[in-house]
Design a protein around this ligand. Structure first.
Ligand SMILES: [Zn+2]
Length: 343
């Protein structure tokens, strides 16, 4: 495995001076006191009127121009020590002059499109959809305008963020990107996972079932757990799983409620954005339950309980000792052997 992969890059923001962290609001109190924040407010006391006014101007959304902080270094230091200021984003994302980050989304159904839209709004300027599945017959608008689901997704994303999305040059294959997001029902396609492991391609599985959506881990081949690690562990608990997993792929569409889709898209976007910042594998896995479990067993199946709303939980998954994804000497053929046994 190649451990020398350079960190992917984020779009370079315009240079800015000191600012409060995004979302922090400043409220004036009596006696030149200033309250910063709503949920966990910090109250600054002992300020002069000029210092209080400066803090208000440091609110990120207050002005598009950086306030002049000359002579107020002590105020900036105080805010920084309190953890209220934004770390200078230029340090983290612009070194090395990389090209803008790119994300490929495999499967451009409703969930994949949601994820693309989130990523575009988060600042990813190159989102590639790989999916030429015909749009559903009941989706008249998309059917009349688009050649396939990928085309419909590109139109949907570009309507919000012009020129952010495009179609993959070759369908049914992933476009080499900083990250590939694999959206699937039941299990990520084994041949696709195999190809990406062999190519050292970072990827994020987003998998749905009848109850909800599982996002992660963000796999960086050779670091942290991989999809096969999870497959081995699941097969140990559920011996039928390999046969079931094989039957998940195909024509089934990723399924999730509207609320579950929106939450899963946000969680997936957050995982991708963090990877684009730090380039590290993330062993966390998020589960979005769209329907509360606990249905009662009836003849022929389980009557689903519709109680409760969406619920998000986080777990940390581990590499499996039987998986050879961490052995640098393993050839791609070995992976194929291992997965052909597993699945
Ligand atoms: Zn593994």
């Amino acid at each position: 495995m190649d451990n020398s992969r350079p960190a992917p890059s984020m779009p370079t923001p315009p240079p800015t001076g000191p600012r409060l962290r995004d979302g922090l609001a400043v409220f004036a109190l009596d006696g030149n006191r200033v309250r910063v924040g709503l949920a966990e407010p910090v109250v600054l006391e002992g300020l002069t009127s000029h210092e209080a006014a400066l803090v208000a101007r440091l609110e990120a959304s207050a002005s598009s121009e950086s306030p002049n902080v000359a002579g107020y270094a002590h105020v900036i230091d105080r805010l920084t020590r309190l953890g209220l200021t934004e770390a200078d984003p230029r340090v983290a994302v612009s070194s090395g002059g990389h090209t803008p980050s790119s994300v490929c989304i495999m499967s451009a159904g409703e969930l994949g499109t949601h994820i693309g839209l989130c990523l575009a709004q988060a600042g990813v300027t190159r989102i590639v959809f790989s999916d030429d599945t015909p749009v559903p017959a009941d989706d008249l608008q998309s059917r009349t305008l688009s050649r396939g689901r990928g085309d419909a997704a590109v139109r949907a994303v570009n309507a919000w963020v012009p020129r952010a999305a495009r179609l993959a040059p070759h369908h049914h294959t992933y476009a080499a990107s900083d990250v590939v997001v694999v959206v699937a029902f039941g299990a990520a396609p084994v041949p696709l996972i195999h190809d990406m492991m062999a190519a050292d391609q970072p990827h994020l599985p987003v998998v749905t079932d009848e109850y909800g959506v599982t996002v992660g881990p963000l796999v960086v081949p050779g670091e942290g757990p991989c999809v096969t690690c999870l497959g081995i562990a699941r097969a140990e608990q559920d011996p039928d799983w390999p046969m079931v997993a094989l039957q998940c792929n195909g024509a089934r569409r990723a399924h999730a409620s509207a609320a579950g889709r929106a939450i899963a898209a946000g969680v997936a976007c957050d995982a991708v954005m963090r990877f684009l910042q730090n380039g590290s594998a993330d062993p966390r896995q998020w589960r979005i339950e769209c329907v509360e479990r606990g249905g009662r067993l009836i003849s022929g199946g389980v009557a689903t309980s519709l109680r409760g709303g969406p619920h998000v939980s986080e777990t940390v998954v581990a590499s499996h000792p039987s998986c050879r994804c961490h052995q640098s000497s393993v050839l791609s053929d070995d992976f194929e052997d291992q997965e052909s046994i597993l699945f």
